[in-house]
Design a protein around this ligand. Structure first.
Ligand code: GAL
Length: 339
């Protein structure tokens, strides 16, 4: 065997060390709940009240873009992509919508969620559309959903229409895609004192069928299908102020649903956050469910933060651990919370 020269050893060591750094960065990027979350441009991610879809091995995160320099009359949705749920690349402001139906000055676009329809090959965005009713000065009187579509995931979405799903008032919306690919819209409906899980039509352009009505005055609804059970997480209705979020379980999406229980010590008010979505990462070793929450800053919304944590979940129980920095191995599905 040829003896290694000092130079060779140095080159090898540098290469191995370099590889360790690269692979370390790729798999062990810290996710930092409550901190500024910079995108690939170094700007705080603008995807509040968001939703995530996965296409092949890429995740796309859509949400309210509340950047400070946005035009006042328009409402914005931005899209980011990631392969590891930690590093996010800004793709596009997929919606820069001027008031599309004369809703009025205080019109609202919140909690956008994008679904991919495999039959029509269209991307379909649902959003909470709201604003004052005629004669009112402000507020959330319209209580509708809006729909916009696009041929590509991160192209410019075209606004189509708004309506009240199943004829009901609809405010906070959530999205759920079951393991069989079925797409559901979750929507809160105040007069019913509860919220709906409803199936979308074949082309996803309509909300077709009530699957479950959960009689609990909750919003920010999110569902995950984990180990044979459905878990729903939702928040109480306290506007931008945090409250103790709760969960319930059911064997079938139709229910019956269990009683609601706290996901975290109630005095922490969900550690200052509000539920938006639950993401299941299916790995080679384990599956991890991530709680995606928003920490709202009503007077500086561009600075609203994210609280993402891996949940303790199983056997009908769910717990949001105290927020700490953590890492996710997207291949194995393992999440490690820092000490
Ligand atoms: C919250 C809701 C947010 C936003 C806010 C306005 O209850 O979850 O999306 O609508 O109220 O006060």
């Amino acid at each position: 065997m040829k003896a290694m020269t000092v130079k060779n050893i140095f080159v090898h060591a540098t290469l191995i060390f370099g590889l360790m750094i690269v692979s370390g960065c790729a798999s062990a990027q810290l996710i930092r709940p409550t901190a500024i979350w910079p995108d690939n441009r170094g700007q705080h991610i603008q995807a509040h009240g968001g939703g995530i879809i996965k296409l092949d091995d890429t995740y796309y995160w859509f949400g309210e873009d509340r950047a400070r320099d946005n035009e006042r009359g328009r409402r914005y949705v931005s899209c980011y992509s990631s392969k590891d749920l930690a590093h996010w690349t800004f793709r596009n402001q997929v919606l820069k919508l001027a008031d599309p139906e004369n809703f009025g000055r205080g019109w609202v676009l919140e909690r956008p969620k994008v679904f991919f329809n495999a039959k029509t090959k269209k991307f379909v965005m649902y959003m909470h559309i709201d604003g004052p009713l005629p004669g009112q000065n402000g507020g959330y009187g319209l209580a509708r959903v809006g729909v916009a579509t696009c041929d590509t995931v991160d192209g410019d979405y075209q606004y189509l229409k708004s309506f009240r799903p199943l004829g009901q008032e609809s405010r906070d919306i959530g999205q759920f895609i079951d393991d069989d690919g079925s797409a559901y819209l979750i929507f809160e409906s105040r007069p019913t004192k509860g919220f709906f899980i409803a199936k979308l039509s074949d082309d996803y352009l309509n909300v077709e069928k009530e699957v479950s009505f959960i009689k609990a005055p909750l919003e920010g609804g999110a569902v995950v299908h984990y180990d044979g059970l459905y878990y729903v997480v939702a928040s109480k209705m306290t506007g931008w102020a945090a409250n103790p979020n709760v969960y319930a379980t059911a064997k079938s999406l139709e229910g019956p649903w269990s009683e609601f229980r706290d996901i975290a010590p109630p005095e922490t008010k969900t550690y200052g956050s509000q539920s938006t979505m639950l993401i299941k990462v299916v790995g080679t070793k384990t599956n991890t469910v991530i709680f995606m929450g928003d920490i709202w800053k009503p007077s500086t919304q561009w600075d609203s933060r994210y609280l993402w944590m891996p949940l303790e979940i199983g056997d009908g129980k769910l717990r949001l651990p105290e927020p700490r920095e953590w890492t996710l191995n997207i291949k194995t599905g393992e999440a490690v919370i820092q000490k």
